[in-house]
Write a protein that binds this ligand. Structure first.
Ligand code: C5P
Length: 422
């Protein structure tokens, strides 16, 4: 049956399909058939729960291969072994990916064959989530999805629609042909995860690298007592500096006026104005990574030497001059670090503005966050970010600023290791 009437778009590709325990498991039978029609070799692993929905025999019939389900089977271990099983594949696909299997994978649990393979693999994993709408929208699931994302996993779906349980919303597993398309797209890319040498460096994922971070607001003097500034506590930028230092980097933090103490393990340069910040940043180069988290004032004025007196000639008019764009200057400069990261704080059209900023400033990544009223980002303890690169947008859940910083640093380490900007 394999190959009849179909372009062999997956010829010689090896897919390891992990079937989780959900009603959508029956659709995975069709998925196997479609993959084989396109030339792929499909090995199937079932969780115990999956076998409650579809019998292993059904998968044996469509895959024309033995189905694996037992972590401790001595015979399987002799034939292939669970490590080999996970490494032989070009791609691992989890369909249906239940909330439970993703939760276990996100935590690194390995209490059955499926999750052991997910931990042991050296290849990317494509998840096709399938669950009840509330389970999908639950912050715990979203957190897990986002962790898996950060670990390099890919996702297809879920779709919005009617559920087997009678509810409506996102949670339906993608249709087999949609999953096939996602697999085809995935297999056009490099599906290998970083080599162990890279992972071993994880405790010090930025060891040997110089990271420059800007943080806080800048103050643009109007006269000796007044200034123009942005709302920024510096909490996010400082947390990033701390996370980078913890990851082993040499960190230079160029900070505007903030009420925070200098973070440990970083060289801190204190400045007030945007122009001073630019001078300070340029003096720190060369660097491997530049992260512009400061809320730099876009304009300054030529400050008065003495305090402007009230009522002398009515309200003074301020003639604003544009400040240098530090991010753009560094990003487009001759000593451009390998990875340049900007922030976008917006109150509307967040993603579009971030994408424009990415292109205009020439950086590799924009961390976009919504700072409209009520979000409590300015000065608050948490932040909800969207990572915008030239290849797409990654939505992160609301995180403590420290956690966001850790995660961002881990991501940057991954990008640097991969040797490519996104
Ligand atoms: O243009 P906008 O201020 O919205 O861009 C925000 C990003 O650019 C942030 O990363 C900020 O640190 C950086 N920036 C800068 N110098 C400026 C203005 C913004 O480095 N003058």
């Amino acid at each position: 049956m394999a190959g009849v009437g179909h372009a062999q778009s997956l010829a010689a590709k090896r897919v390891l399909l992990i079937v989780g325990g959900g009603i959508a498991a029956y659709k995975s039978l069709d998925l196997v058939r479609r993959l084989r029609e396109r030339g792929a070799r499909v090995r199937v692993v079932m969780t115990a729960a999956a076998k409650e929905f579809v019998t292993p025999l059904a998968f044996v019939s469509v895959a024309n291969e033995k189905v694996y389900d037992d972590l401790f089977s001595a015979i399987d271990e002799q034939e292939v072994g669970h490590i080999q099983l996970s490494r032989d594949a070009d791609l691992i696909v989890v369909a249906p990916a239940t909330a439970h299997i993703m939760a276990r994978a996100a935590r690194g649990l390995c209490d059955d064959l499926a999750t052991t393979l997910l931990l042991a693999t050296d290849k990317r994993v494509l998840y096709a989530p399938a669950m009840n709408v509330r389970m999908w929208l639950h912050p715990a699931t979203q957190r897990n999805v986002s962790t898996l994302h950060g670990d390099g996993a890919w996702f297809v779906g879920p779709n919005v629609g009617d559920m087997a349980c009678g509810e409506y919303g996102p949670g339906r597993m993608s249709e087999p042909l949609e999953i096939v398309e996602a697999i085809e797209t995935a297999l056009k890319q490099d599906t290998r995860l970083p080599a162990p040498e890279g992972l071993l460096a994880r405790g010090g994922a930025l060891e040997g690298l110089h990271v420059v971070v800007t943080s806080g607001p800048t103050h643009e003097p109007i006269d000796p007592v007044r200034y123009i500034a942005n709302r920024s506590s510096g909490r996010q930028g400082h947390a990033i500096a701390v996370a980078a230092a913890r990851a082993g980097a040499r960190v230079t933090l160029v900070s505007g006026p903030v009420a925070l103490s200098d973070p440990p393990g970083c060289e801190v340069i204190h400045i007030k104005s945007a122009r001073d910040m630019l001078t300070a940043v340029e003096a720190t180069l060369p660097a491997d990574i530049f992260i512009a988290a400061a809320a730099v004032a876009d304009w300054r004025i030529e400050p008065a030497r003495d305090k402007i007196k009230k009522g002398e000639c009515g309200a003074p008019s301020l003639s604003l001059v544009e400040n240098p764009d530090i991010l753009a200057t560094v990003s487009q400069g001759l000593r451009r670090p390998r990875l340049v990261v900007g922030f976008a704080a917006e109150t509307s059209d967040l993603i579009r503005h971030a994408q424009e900023k990415l292109a205009r400033k020439g950086c590799d990544l924009i961390v976009a966050n919504d700072v409209s009223e009520g979000t409590d980002v300015f000065g608050g303890a948490t932040n909800e970010a969207h990572l915008v690169t030239r290849s797409g947008v990654e939505d992160w859940p609301r995180l403590r600023k420290e956690d966001l910083a850790e995660r961002l640093v881990a991501r940057l380490a991954q990008m640097i290791r991969a040797g490519a900007t996104p």
